[in-house]
Design a protein around this ligand. Structure first.
Ligand code: NAI
Length: 304
């Protein structure tokens, strides 16, 4: 009996149908890893152009994976790619896409108002057992969950860019996330090939809570004139063994994104001086110097 019970509960918690909302950088990667793991995926975006681009880039990425994994078996590689692609449907209506989902992962624009509008609709449309999750980087899971009734079936699934390559998944428990939901999220993360860590709903979870203030402190050090950008980067690479220095990391992440996260946290936690605005970042952003993507930040880049 005990065995029957455990196997049926394991079956119940298995996620087979995933709806990913937002077909941009993160959503397309999340759709890819779920499809690669054998799940049926519906990828939703407001823009059908974005969906077409996402399918193309997922196809390219899968081909790259196939070349590596099925080096000597090109036919199996082709099968792997076509089967994974066939598991991804696309749609522009989140409501009908949620109706068949066991899990919905949201990866739309980082704006609490837009996320609220979406989750209200999803909460009404999705079956009772469906888990709703957000891939937010900087917003609070509890704040996002405030508009849904199923707070026990809501949590954070925070991936890293590029999703198919980065091995970490932060599984975030909100104040009311149930044990069963948490367990299913952890299992799902493992199924899609990630190493999962658990975190409470605190600003930035683990990685960004440490990384953003670290970048901020590096910029403040530079701003005070204590060291050059290049020397700060060399110091952290050769002295701390980091693969990238904080100034080049800031340029890579984007100074606008760094500012957006700091400003949001500063507003919510004005007491925390680590989250204070940085005049130099504000100035660079106002001049359109956003880092790698604009051609200049702390360093200059050749435009592609
Ligand atoms: P992105 O801009 O590449 O993609 C967002 C997509 O959402 C766009 O294609 C847009 O058309 C679509 N969208 C906007 N509103 C929508 C709606 N109401 N319904 C359906 N689709 C909608 O953004 P990105 O970088 O993929 O980020 C998405 C989320 O993932 C954000 O919450 C961000 O904080 C989070 N995140 C981003 C990371 C990164 O490195 N870029 C890392 C981890 C999390």
């Amino acid at each position: 009996l005990a065995r029957n019970f455990s196997s049926s509960s394991a079956l119940q918690s298995t996620v087979k149908n995933v709806t990913v909302i937002g077909g941009g950088l993160m959503g397309s990667g999340i759709a890819q890893v779920a499809a690669q793991a054998g799940q049926n995926v519906t990828l939703v975006d407001v823009s059908s152009d974005v969906l077409a681009k996402a399918q193309k880039s997922i196809g390219n990425n899968l081909n790259r994976v196939a070349k590596k994994v099925y080096k000597d078996k090109p036919q199996e590689g082709e099968k792997f790619v076509s089967e994974a692609l066939a598991r991804i449907k696309t749609a522009t209506d989140p409501v009908s896409a949620a109706a068949a989902a066991d899990l919905v992962v949201e990866a739309i624009v980082e704006n609490i108002g837009v996320k609220h509008q979406l989750f209200k609709k999803l909460d009404e449309a999705a079956p009772a057992h469906t888990i709703l999750a957000s891939n937010t980087s900087s917003l609070s899971i509890n704040d996002i969950a405030s508009v849904v009734k199923r707070k026990d079936k809501f949590g954070g699934l925070h991936f890293f860019n590029p999703v198919p390559v980065m091995r970490l998944l932060e599984v975030v428990r909100g104040a009311e996330t149930s044990d069963a939901t948490y367990k299913t999220m952890m299992e799902w993360g493992k199924n899609v090939g990630k190493t999962c860590i658990t975190c409470k709903d605190t600003p930035g979870f683990v990685v960004n809570r440490l990384l953003v203030p670290y970048i901020a402190e590096a910029v403040r050090l530079f701003e005070r004139g204590d060291a050059s950008a290049r020397d700060i980067d060399i110091a952290m690479k050769l002295g701390a063994g980091y693969p990238m220095g904080p100034m080049e990391l800031a340029d890579y992440v984007g100074l606008d994104t760094t500012k957006f996260i700091l400003d949001g946290w500063h507003k919510k936690y004005p007491q925390e001086t680590l989250f204070n605005p940085i005049p130099m970042v504000d100035k660079l952003v106002s001049e359109g110097k956003l880092g790698v993507k604009s051609g200049e930040g702390f360093y200059k880049y050749e435009k592609k």
